[in-house]
Ligand binder design. Sequence first.
Ligand code: GLC
Length: 562
Amino acid sequence: MARRQEARGATAAPAGSSTLWYKDAIIYEVHVRTFYDSDGDGYGDFRGLTEKLDYLQDLGVTALWVLPFYPSPWVDDGYDVADYTDVHPAYGTLRDFKRFLAEAHRRGIRVITDLVLNHTSDQHPWFQRARRARPGSRWRDFYVWSDTPDRYRQVRVIFQDFEPSNWTWDPVAGAYYWHRFYKHQPDLNYDNPLVWKAMFRVVDFWMKLGVDGFRLDAVPYLFEREGTSCAGLPETHEFIRALRSHIEERYGERILLAEANEPAAELARYLQGDECHMAFHFPLMPRLYLALHREDREPIAAVLRDEPAIAPTSQWALFLRNHDELSLEMVTPEEREELWQAYAPDPQARINLGIRRRLAPLLGNDRRRIELMNALLFSLPGTPVIYYGDEIGMGDNIYLPDRHGVRTPMQWSADRNAGFSRANPQRLCAPVVVDPPFHYEAVNVEAQLASPDSLLNWMKRLIAVRKRYKAFGRGTCELLDADNRHILAFTRRYGDETVLVVANLSRFVQGVRLNLSTYRGRVPVDLFGRSTLPPVGDDPYFLTLGPHGFYWFALEPGPVSG
Ligand code: GLC
C-alpha cells in the first residue's frame, strides 16, 4: 500500500474517498452458462449476458462477479481451466467478452472475474507437458508430484463425497500428483518461479482488457509444507502480496477478493491492506442461518463481537448463497448437525459438508424470512453479494448431480425454457425448475416486474435504499443492548449518518427495549417510508416488531427545542 502511494504520489486515492468503490458496491454473482442464451443452442453466452445488462442495471447492482468462462472440459463447471486466456466456445469469443465488458462499464457496472490460481484442468497443456517431462525438470515441476501418496497426510479432503485422497496416480508420469479438489484438477506448484510468471501473465491479460478485479478461487491452498494443514501458509501470503503490488503498480484500483473458507482470524490475515481488498465472510454466513433457526441473535452477535481487525481499506464480502453448497465447514460438528436437520432434512439436499439448496427453498419459501435474511445481508458490515436468481426467489433441483441443482437456467418469463433459451428443451445445458412452488411459470422476472409487491421489486427497493447511505458499506458497527434475545440490534455510523438496524429473528411478534442513550434527542426515520417515530428520550427506547420483521432507521437530529 505504502509503496503505491509513494509511486503514484498525488494520484493515489486517499483512504475513505470514493475510489474505495468495492465498499459501496452491490455485487451480483452470475453464471454465463445459465443466464441467457442469445443464439438458441441451449447454453447461455456473453451476448446473452450483455443483452441482460439493462435488467441488472435496473436491479441496481454495481458489480458482477462472473463465474469461470474459460475453455474447460467442465468436470468442475469451469473451475477446471484448460486455457486461461480465452473464452469457452459455448460462451462466445473474446470479442464477445470485450463487448460485454465495455457495455457493463458504460452502465457503471464493474466486472470481477474468477482467477483460478490453485489448480488447472488435467487437460491444460501445462499438465500434459508436465506429466511427460523429465522428473525434476522445470516443466514437470509446474505441478506437485510424489512417489508416494503419504506426504501431507494431515491435509483434509474437501470434496469428501467424491475423492478418497488428495493424491492421484498418473500412469504417464509414473508418479502421484497433488490435488485439493477433483482429481481432474492438479494443483500448480507455486514453489516453481515459472508458475508465478505464467500466472502473472494471465493476470496481465485480463487486467489489460480492463476487468476490475479477481475473485481468487481457493486461495489458501497455493503452497504445501509437511506437518501443516497446507492452508494459508506464510508463502501463500507472500505470493498474494506480490500479486497485489504487481496489480496496484500497473493498474491501480482493481480488487482482489479472497475465497478462503477459513475462520475469521485466518481471513483477517488476507485483509491487512497489502493482500486482498475483500474476503468472503464464510464464518458469518452459516451463523445467519443458525440464528434464524434458533430465533436467537447470539450466533450473529458472537461473530460481530469477535470480528478481528482488518485494514481500513479492506472489506468483508457478505453472502447468503453462492454457486456451491452452503458450506457448513466453519461451524462445530454439533451446529452442523443442527443446521442439516433444520435446513436439509432430506439427505439428497446434502453434499460434502454442506447443503445444495438455494435461498428460497432453504427458507421454506417464506417471504418474511427471505426479506429478513436479505435485510441482514444488506446491513451487516461488508459488501453484499447476491447470487443470480435469488432476487426472484428461484428454486433448485437437488436431483441434479454435484452442485448443479443451484445452477439451473435463470427464469426470465413463463415462456418455453423459462425464457432463457429458444432451444429444444431437451438441449438445454440444465433443466429449468418445474418444482410446483418454484415453477418458472410462477417464479420469473417478467411476472415479478409486473407485480409491485414481488420479491424482485422489494429487492430493488432494498438496494436503492442501501445505496443512499454510505454507512452500510463503510460505517462502523456497534451492537446494541437489547433486552430480548430474539432481537438483533446494531448501529452503522459513517460521517454524520447513523443507521439503526433492528431485526426480529423470531416467528412471533416481539417487543424490545433498546439502550439508545447516546442518541438522546434523535428521531428515528424509517428508511423505506420516511415516517418518523417519537424522539429518543431518557428511557430505553421501546419497539415492537412483527414476525421476522426488521427496521432500518436513520437516527436524525431532532428539532432544536426551546
Ligand atoms: C471454489 C469454487 C468451487 C470449485 C472449487 C475448486 O471453491 O467456488 O465451485 O469447485 O473452488 O475450484
